[in-house]
Design a protein around this ligand. Structure first.
Ligand code: GAL
Length: 337
């Protein structure tokens, strides 16, 4: 009888200890909204957000992540943000569909007292005429619990241009004294697209080379669109096209297909540049089928975003801006890896 009692008591104590331990584990609710799930680069980025949060879990701290697809629709994303607020998220990570809606969204999240980490699409400061200012955005600067984590797209554009300037013929294949290029742009509202377009060419003109833009089209970061636009430009301008600048690798992969279909050969009669360093693009650089790409460090950026989210959850002070460097990826770089 005594023995049974002792066993029952011991079991009760164990249950008690167990419930005490699990009562101590804290689960933070994290709401993440990505502008569009089908985007190649943002898919790598969002998967790493989840992996990294999981890797930071301990017996005492858990993260419950809700990942929402903005479907490239700002109204849809605004609804997701409102749902996050009503669900009482402890922190929100947001990849805006439209950076021009940043004010409205930030205001609602700040009013609800939820800390916010903006990623990948940087909201901009504008002057009264709507021109982009080279200044930090007040909606971020004025809020101690709001920050932006990203990469400076000017650097990626500059690297693209430099990789052309560093070629033996500086991209002037036909020797007519100018570099004739086509530009395939991402979403034109997006600062990454604007800066890459501007700074890739600026790196060439700054280095003293003459350039000629044969065609400049919007491919919205999309592979199929990149292929279509490059195929059109190649059939219209033929051998005159010496350099194909794509604002990202997805579009460059499409352009590569178009280049091969047109019977052209990268490194011999055409050059092709992208940004992101997607695995497929790095392979093309290695095989000599792409001139270069630029590493858009999704690991560094996702980790920085999660680290600052965790700081906010712990009530620690944060910076308003966190920058992650790009890296130039040409054949020499890939071969040295
Ligand atoms: C860029 C990236 C693109 C696309 C875009 C979405 O940084 O290079 O591939 O993901 O972000 O905003």
């Amino acid at each position: 009888m005594k023995k049974t009692l002792a066993i029952v008591l011991a079991a009760l104590m164990l249950i008690g200890m167990f419930s005490f331990a699990s009562a101590e584990a804290k689960t933070y609710k994290v709401g993440v909204s990505i502008y569009q799930f089908t985007d190649n680069f943002m898919t790598l980025y969002r998967n790493e957000i989840e992996n990294y949060f999981k890797s930071l879990e301990t017996d005492d701290v858990k993260y419950e992540i809700t990942m929402a697809d903005g479907k490239n629709d700002m109204a849809e994303q605004t609804n997701q943000v409102r749902t996050f607020i009503s669900q009482g998220m402890d922190v929100i990570i947001l990849n805006l569909v439209q950076t021009s809606s940043a004010d409205a969204v930030i205001d609602e999240i700040v009013a609800a007292g939820i800390p916010l980490v903006l990623i990948n699409r940087e909201p901009l400061a504008y002057d009264a005429d709507g021109n982009t200012l080279d200044e930090s955005y007040e909606g971020i600067l004025n809020n101690a619990q709001v920050c932006y984590v990203g990469a400076d797209a000017r650097q990626s554009g500059t690297f693209q241009g430099e990789m052309v300037a560093e070629l033996e013929n500086h991209g002037d294949i036909n020797g007519d004294g100018k570099i004739s290029y086509i530009m395939i742009e991402g979403d034109p509202e997006n600062i990454d697209a604007q800066y890459r377009t501007e700074f890739s060419v600026k790196a060439l003109t700054d280095a003293g080379y003459e350039v000629e833009c044969l065609d400049d089209q919007v491919g919205n970061w999309d592979q199929t669109k990149g292929q279509e636009l490059c195929a059109n430009a190649l059939s219209k301008y033929g051998d005159a096209v010496e350099v194909v600048f794509c604002n990202n690798d997805a579009m460059a992969l499409g352009a590569s297909t178009a280049i091969i279909a047109a019977g052209r050969k990268v490194g011999e009669d055409i050059y092709l540049l992208g940004v992101d360093a997607l695995e497929e693009a790095v392979q093309l650089v290695k095989d000599g089928e792409m001139t270069g790409t630029v590493l858009n460090d999704h690991i560094g950026q996702s980790h920085a975003a999660v680290d600052v989210a965790v700081k906010l959850l712990n009530g620690e002070e944060i910076e308003n801006y966190y920058w992650v460097d790009y890296v130039k990826v040409n054949k020499a770089y890939v071969d040295a890896q």
